[in-house]
Design a protein around this ligand. Structure first.
Ligand code: GUN
Length: 300
């Protein structure tokens, strides 16, 4: 049976490190890092995610603020709100919770955020720096969180075969770039799989580290897992089973856990690591804006 990679423990240790850095900096007379989350409309899951981000801000001593707007806000109005935050020197990080209502371009909104404040790491400048292995960019929070999770559990990607299933801009593609980078958390040989991949099961069975981020409930079963592999499940899918709504990952947990050496569960998966890394990115942005030394423990 596999070791369960407990993301809530790994995330708590990152939050503790951030809280200590903040309290030291504030004691020296600096203002706390500021993070704003913009929430448009009433989407239930988005409200939960943003609530968790605000709670995490409070816990580490950040000035966290949620700005809520009605679903009928115009794109122009929303872009003006973003510009206000871009100009505000007391705010280091800005996230606009996705999805947005259909009449607003997510692309335009994402690209309107100042790259230095883009703590989700979605801006083209940050994605471009990631592609080039330039550490001065902001790393996308979920893939960054996965590298820190691996560090926490002493899982070294160097020289290993990593298979990433799913090529999204938020998880799969940046994950493949981070793990193949010439960096302490990288140096893996990465295969990025997607809906057109032939013999996906065969490819997965060759993975020392398997990252599932496709959004297909329990698609990856134990049959696709190499004995002893590390399995990281980024999927969160709501399904109905036996008349009840259940949260499951992209991996069929029971069968995969019998084959894997280590595995992340769902629920209880990488979510807290994403939030911890949003905080880490905000702290780093704050340090860079004020020419303060960046905390060392937050590098994977
Ligand atoms: N919606 C779902 N995941 C995310 C995320 O990581 N960041 C933002 N801004 N919106 C999301």
């Amino acid at each position: 049976m596999a070791i369960i990679l407990d993301c809530s423990i790994a995330a708590a240790s990152i939050r503790t490190e951030i809280a200590e850095a903040v309290s030291k900096s504030v004691a020296q007379g600096n203002r706390p890092p500021g993070l704003v989350a913009i929430l448009v409309g009433e989407d239930g899951a988005s409200q939960t995610y943003v609530g968790a981000k605000k709670t995490a801000c409070d816990e580490v001593g950040f000035a966290g603020d949620v700005r809520r707007f009605a679903a009928d806000i115009t794109e122009t109005e929303l872009l003006a709100e973003i510009e206000k935050i871009n100009q505000d020197e007391t705010i280091d990080g800005l996230i606009v919770q996705l999805p947005l209502p259909k009449h607003i371009s997510e692309e335009k909104v994402t690209q309107a955020i100042l790259p230095a404040k883009d703590v989700d790491g979605f801006h083209d400048i940050n994605m471009g720096k990631l592609a080039k292995g330039d550490e001065s960019g902001v790393k996308p929070a979920t893939p960054y969180g996965i590298t820190l999770l691996m560090k926490h559990y002493g899982i070294d990607a160097s020289g290993k075969h990593v298979v990433v299933v799913g090529r999204s801009n938020i998880v799969g593609r940046p994950m493949s770039m981070l793990l193949s980078a010439a960096a302490p958390y990288g140096n893996a040989t990465v295969t990025l799989c997607h809906s057109r991949t032939k013999d996906l099961g065969e490819v997965c069975r060759r993975a020392d580290i398997l990252v599932a981020a496709v959004g297909r409930p329990e698609m990856i079963t134990g049959e696709w897992v190499k004995p002893g592999a590390t399995v990281i499940d980024v999927g969160i899918n709501r399904i109905e089973r036996d008349g009840k709504v259940k949260l499951v990952g992209d991996v069929h947990f029971e069968s995969a856990a019998r084959k894997a050496g280590a595995i992340t569960p769902v629920p209880g998966g990488v979510g807290p690591m994403t939030i911890a890394c949003l905080l880490a990115n905000t702290l780093t942005a704050c340090c860079r804006a004020h020419n303060l030394p960046e905390p060392k423990g937050l590098t994977a």
